[in-house]
Design a protein around this ligand. Structure first.
Ligand code: GBH
Length: 485
């Protein structure tokens, strides 16, 4: 890996890869077609009394039928990578490997082969939040047996696709899928209201399931196909609101990234400080053991080192301050009641007109990569998501600015000797934005949901990105780059 030869001016080195991403439930539609059975997001969005009640992704962008359009969209941008996810119940209708759907397999084979024909490398997420409802009914991510259920599912995918798919992500964002699904302010399926108990069961099982899948690939597939497996971690960069809150800031950040330690740290297991805090808290609260289940020595060894690169999802950053008396906050987006920490934006950060959590702080992306290197060593990093959501006003100057400023930070990171090898924009086309439905647009392509043909229409940001990829230069002059933002 040679960094010195590369970063002249604003150009990216020849080995650097550009990509864009989506996920299955967010684009596929065809929710009840062929063998596919219901998953937790189908259930959630079909039931009343939650944030998803009036809208769903039954049809979405219709990618189950229009996958050729997605491949064409990716090819027209000149992408090196297309990251997408596989729908568990489309491949395994019972949730278990006792029945493999021919139609499901054919769909993902077509997609993978179509991408490869255009010279685009598939980056595949095994789990982007669509747990089979059948497994949720058995306790889902809070049942320890899911470690095997998930490993069985991953094994089936490796056996079907590992000959052509070389870059894998086991699980998208453990923090979000556990803390947002099991919390007092849950906005995500399965929507279990819970005061940070289920979220921690989910956390440990998710990490164990990931490790299990990684070990299957490592033992049976890596020797033959030389691919790599990791998971995608969403991280907020955090800074203290002033110098007096350094300790709280470090704790809040550690809680945010605690999922990473069992896998990437030399010691393994949860960060010691976090583990200790929850032992104490749980005792005070009257539990018989810590809400944060510890790893046994054997489990710790099993999980440690189960990565081949670091998959980083980055959108935004936060400042940390102590909560005021009586102030209510919730994990993971507004703060941590457990730590007495509130997460707030800096007054100078711009906020998206339509995504209230998305404050722009491009430097945060570089600081996280510096932190990864300092904390875990010189690991290859692939930025597996980074993107800007808005209301869809055209042309999308702000999305261009967002990507330009984040690419600049990646470029700087390369100059600092950080081994970041890829930038995957979220998202290729507009997607169903979970609890925000179709009102939020992240796409480099617009999807007109009112038009039955669901055409993918290139946005100005897509044009900018295509030009960056062609010139390998993020600082291109561009007619859509406007000074009046
Ligand atoms: C990504 O998660 C997901 O991987 C992707 O599927 C999704 O489409 C993309 O974000 C864009 O949303 O309103 O304060 O309660 C990023 C993590 C999850 C962070 C949702 C913000 C809502 C915060 N995001 N969360 S809040």
């Amino acid at each position: 890996f040679l960094t010195s030869q590369v970063c002249s001016g604003h150009k990216f080195p020849p080995w650097f890869k550009f990509g864009a991403a989506t996920s299955s439930y967010q684009i596929e539609g065809a929710w009840n077609v062929s063998d596919k059975t219901q998953h937790i997001w189908d259930t959630y969005c079909h039931s009343s009394g939650n944030k998803c009640s009036n809208v769903n992704a039954d049809e979405g962008a219709n990618s189950y039928y229009q996958w050729r359009d997605d491949i064409q969209a990716a090819a027209d941008l000149g992408l090196d990578y297309y990251r997408f996810s596989i729908s568990w119940t489309r491949i395994l209708p019972t949730g278990f490997p006792n029945k493999i759907s021919d139609d499901g397999v054919r769909y993902y084979n077509d997609l993978i082969n179509g991408l490869l024909e255009k010279g685009i490398e598939p980056v595949v997420t095994i789990y982007h939040w669509e747990l089979p409802q059948s497994l949720q009914d058995l306790g889902g991510w809070t049942n320890e047996l899911i470690r095997t259920w998930f490993a069985d599912y991953a094994r089936v995918l490796f056996s079907l696709f590992a000959d052509r798919v070389k870059i894998w992500l086991t699980i998208n964002e453990p923090l979000i899928m556990c803390a947002a699904a099991y919390s007092e302010h849950t906005a995500m399926a399965p929507g279990v209201r819970d005061p940070n108990y289920g979220a921690f069961l989910c956390a440990k099982n998710t990490i164990m399931a990931h490790a299990h899948a990684w070990r299957i690939y490592d033992e049976l597939y890596k020797p033959k196909y030389h691919g790599k497996v990791s998971l995608a971690s969403q991280i907020f960069w955090m800074e203290g609101i002033n110098d007096e809150v350094q300790q709280l800031t470090e704790l809040a950040f550690k809680l945010n990234v605690m999922y990473i330690y069992p896998i990437f740290s030399k010691r393994g297991g949860w960060p010691v400080e976090i583990e200790e805090i929850f032992v104490e808290l749980s005792k005070k609260e009257g539990y018989s053991s810590s809400r944060l289940p510890p790893f046994t020595d054997e489990e710790r060894e099993f999980v440690k080192g189960t990565y081949d690169y670091f998959g980083l999802n980055y959108y935004t950053s936060r400042l940390v301050r102590p909560t005021f008396d009586g102030e209510k906050t919730y994990w993971p987006f507004r703060g941590s009641p457990d730590l007495g920490a509130a997460l707030v934006p800096d007054a100078s950060w711009r906020v998206s007109d339509n995504v209230p959590w998305l404050y722009e702080y491009p430097k945060g992306l570089r600081h996280i990569m510096e932190w990864i290197k300092k904390e875990f060593g010189d690991i290859e990093i692939i930025i597996t998501e980074v993107g800007y959501g808005d209301s869809g006003k055209e042309p999308d100057h702000k999305r261009i600015r967002y990507h330009k400023e984040h690419l600049e930070q990646v470029h700087l990171a390369i100059q600092e000797g950080i081994r970041v090898t890829g930038y995957i924009a979220w998202s290729l086309i507009d997607t169903f934005e979970w609890e925000a439905g179709y009102t939020v647009k992240f796409g480099l392509y617009k999807v007109d949901y009112n038009d039955p043909s669901k055409k993918r229409k290139l946005r100005a940001s897509g044009l900018y990105y295509a030009d960056v990829i062609k010139s390998r230069d993020f600082d291109i002059k561009h007619k859509y780059i406007s000074d009046e933002l």
